[in-house]
Design a protein around this ligand. Structure first.
Ligand SMILES: C[S@@+](CC[C@H](N)C(=O)[O-])C[C@H]1O[C@@H](n2cnc3c(N)ncnc32)[C@H](O)[C@@H]1O
Length: 258
């Protein structure tokens, strides 16, 4: 199984709070209707919520399971969905809103994605981004370090050797600078969003198994529950639950050169 390929059904069940924050961010950008691109659309909740609010949506994700789920969830709405890696993003034309929530931290390199998303914002339109680990590069001892330490324990090490975990850091000031260089202005400068942390290890483990640790959980089969609960317990004990979730809204000038 491709280590990035998340499973839509599990994801949808565990992540309603994330869906709400994305809709909130989109509402902040102002919902005028028109064309919206949803990059890394996941199981399609946000895609559909925006279609219900009058947008024609072009959605993409790099997991076939997510694309299929979005297609099913958005049947009857003006939505097209395709499998596309955000690192090779190609957006057809321009959009009144380009939206990308909870994806950037899964990309090792975001340069291409940011450039393409910024390019595709229509005059007067908005780019809405939310991602984790948007704090400055200083995560020594953060949740990812804790996770790697657990993965390296004898019970898990060999079994997870071919499902490495990588969650990347893209500091907010670097992302903002990239967008300014692309000609956008910051309507909402990078803002850390309050997260309501789940402090129950079993519940937290379940959330992680549906998303970032899906590949590891899949690999471990019946032992997946033990693994994700162990990871969650250690993260809670080490007080590393704050994912430094960041929101940013950038806007294109009403008339754009190029
Ligand atoms: C946390 S989910 C977010 C989904 C949706 N935006 C939401 O807020 O509910 C992250 C999504 O990013 C997708 N993803 C991860 N790496 C990707 C890549 N390189 N290109 C496109 N999508 C990617 C995953 O398949 C997953 O659907």
């Amino acid at each position: 199984m491709d280590r990035h390929v998340w499973q839509a059904e599990h994801y949808r069940r565990a992540n309603s709070r994330q869906f709400r924050t994305a809709v909130e961010a989109l509402e902040l950008a102002g919902l005028t209707g028109g064309r919206l691109a949803d990059i890394g659309c996941g199981s399609g909740e946000i895609t559909r919520a925006m279609a219900e609010r009058g947008y024609t949506v072009a959605a993409s994700d790099f997991s076939p399971s997510m694309v299929e789920a979005t297609r099913e969830h958005c049947q009857g709405f003006p939505v097209t969905v395709q499998v596309q890696d955000a690192r090779e993003l190609r957006l057809d034309g321009t959009f009144d809103i380009v939206h990308c929530s909870w994806v950037l931290h899964w990309l090792d390199d975001i340069d291409h994605a940011l450039t393409e998303m910024a390019r595709a914002v229509a005059p007067g339109g908005a780019l809405v981004l939310q991602w984790s680990r948007g704090n400055p590069r200083s995560c020594e001892g953060d949740a990812v370090t804790v996770l790697h330490a657990v993965m390296n324990r004898p019970r898990w090490r060999d079994r997870l050797a071919d499902t490495p975990f990588a969650m990347h850091q893209h500091p907010a000031d670097e992302v903002a600078a990239r967008l300014l260089a692309a000609g956008l202005t910051l309507e909402l400068p990078p803002t850390e969003i309050d997260a309501q942390f789940v402090a129950d290890p079993v519940a937290l483990g379940r959330i992680m198994a549906s998303a970032g640790l899906a590949a590891q959980a899949d690999k471990l089969g019946d032992d997946a529950g033990d693994f994700v609960t162990e990871v969650a317990t250690e993260m809670i004990a080490a007080n590393t639950l704050n994912p430094h979730n960041t929101r940013l809204i950038a806007r294109a000038a009403a008339s754009r050169a190029g």
